[in-house]
Design a protein around this ligand. Structure first.
Ligand SMILES: C[S@@+](CC[C@H](N)C(=O)[O-])C[C@H]1O[C@@H](n2cnc3c(N)ncnc32)[C@H](O)[C@@H]1O
Length: 465
């Protein structure tokens, strides 16, 4: 095991432990770090990772009061080339929170370390080790563990999840991404095909890659792989050899259905919290009702427990290619809602509305006043936002600045509409707050909780550092 900080590369520790990983998997990621990434891009852009948004974690799991100070500890297990560690460390750079980035592949880690150096981040420690060795590494416990795209590559993912669960503080949270079975059907048929070709096990990686490229070029459109292929094309067209090998030639790759995720999490002593809301409205994708109009079918499905409804959504959609979810060590906390007027709402770090474009949204709502629902299209957001444009709604929305409490926002809206009864304003806020929570437009924090900047501001700050 080696622990390396970019500014203290002499701090290298050696572990004399027996290998606790799959050699072929390590070999792959030493040769082909994933995702491939040019550290120079860190000078201009911040990659955000779906499960690592600290404003959302605070809102959802830490009662809005987390400061992300020096006692807040994050582990990125199987961090690869550093997307999670960089994003998390940047969010906490002024707050003191610490990140441990752990990965099996030293080649991937060299990239993560270079990115950390370019950004002059001092709150990441890099450890070169297998996550299964965590109990021997004396790393202490963590408030949040991020593990994306890793556990499905272990010989025994249960061992991996149990190990991570054991490294959480009581009340700690895990953010996990693993592959989803149904959406990757075509990938697994391609893997079967390629495994048949390279059965002997001695075929060099370069040969496997060139044969695979040729096969893909000639693959008839009837092949299952073309179904959902837009979801995998990034691996092939953007990530080159690393992407193709990771997608189609991996020696250890398994996937889960919704039902299996619930069973897995429970088996490993954790509580399932939720599938992680994504910019692409992942939450909607786990709701079968978005696809079912027939009243009889709706009645049957709505009577089922939520996990069964989500499993139906997975079967109906057919295109969920990964499951990203949170699990807790301990009871799942209640989500903050806009009923508590001492809370401070803000547009989330990846909200479809940001502070800079909220004026446009407010103007569109003013223009739509009187309609039962206004549908607003925001640039770069895949789904239009639907809000009921009640009279005070534009003023309520315009007053959200990440600093004002709901009570202060209600007062401002009341001053703007003195003829409206205060209860009307509150009722309009309640409707708006509900819509905004459903569409992941706002997150809440308490006054003592840290304010997390939006990704653009974080990048500006990083460039100036
Ligand atoms: C598909 S990559 C994902 C990288 C990163 N989490 C991301 O999403 O960008 C899988 C990573 O898991 C790492 N890995 C695989 N088995 C591991 C193990 N037993 N311990 C630690 N890291 C492991 C690999 O080296 C590789 O960097």
């Amino acid at each position: 095991m080696r622990a390396i900080k970019p500014d203290e590369s002499s701090r290298i520790m050696n572990a004399s432990t027996a290998p606790n990983y799959l050699p072929k998997v390590r070999e792959q990621y030493e040769a082909l770090p994933y995702p491939p990434c040019d550290p120079a891009l860190d000078r201009t852009q911040l990659v955000s990772t779906g499960n690592d948004r600290l404003d959302y974690l605070n809102h959802r799991f830490f009662d809005g009061s987390q400061r992300f100070g020096s006692d807040f500890r994050v582990l990125c297990a199987g961090d690869g080339t550093g997307n999670s560690s960089v994003f998390l460390a940047e969010q906490m750079a002024q707050l003191g929170g610490q990140v441990v980035s752990l990965d099996l592949s030293s080649a991937s880690q060299a990239i993560a370390i270079e990115r950390t150096r370019i950004r002059k981040l001092t709150n990441i420690t890099h450890i070169n080790a297998s996550l299964l060795d965590i109990p021997k590494l004396d790393l202490g416990e963590f408030d949040y563990i991020s593990c994306s795209g890793v556990l499905h590559h272990l010989a025994n993912p249960d061992d991996g999840l149990r190990t991570l669960a054991g490294a959480l503080k009581p009340g700690g949270i895990l953010g996990i991404m693993v592959y989803a079975t149904i959406g990757r059907t075509g990938v697994y048929y391609m893997q079967d095909l390629l495994r048949t070709l390279f059965e002997s096990g001695d075929v060099p990686m370069e040969t496997q890659l060139s044969v695979t490229r040729e096969l893909l070029a000639e693959l008839p459109r009837t092949n299952w792989f073309w179904l959902n292929n837009h979801a995998f094309m990034n691996d092939i067209t953007q990530y080159g050899d690393s992407g193709i090998f990771d997608l189609l030639l991996h020696t250890q790759d398994r996937a889960y259905t919704v039902d299996q995720i619930y069973q897995w999490v429970a088996r490993c002593g954790l509580k399932f919290a939720e599938f992680i809301p994504q910019r692409s409205h992942q939450q909607v994708s786990y709701n079968p009702m978005t696809h079912i109009k027939d009243p009889a079918a709706r009645a049957i499905i709505s009577a089922l427990p939520i996990p069964e409804q989500q499993a139906i959504a997975e079967l109906i959609r057919g295109n969920i290619i990964m499951h990203t979810f949170y699990a807790c060590r301990g009871e799942v906390p209640c989500e903050l809602t806009g009923d508590d007027h001492s809370l401070i709402p803000n547009f989330g770090i990846v909200s479809p509305i940001s502070l800079s474009d909220s004026t446009n949204v407010c103007n569109a709502l003013r223009a739509a006043a009187g309609q039962s629902m206004a549908t607003i299209t925001v640039p770069n957001v895949p789904h239009p936002i639907g809000l009921i444009p009640n009279l005070a709604v534009p003023d309520l929305l315009a007053a959200i600045d990440g600093q004002r409490t709901i009570a202060e926002i209600l007062n401002l809206a009341h001053n703007a509409h003195p003829s409206l009864h205060r209860d009307d304003i509150i009722s309009q806020w309640n409707t708006l707050a509900h819509e905004m929570l459903m569409q992941q437009i706002v997150v809440y924090r308490r006054a003592e909780g840290a304010r997390i900047l939006d990704a653009l501001s974080i990048q500006h700050r990083s460039v100036k550092r």
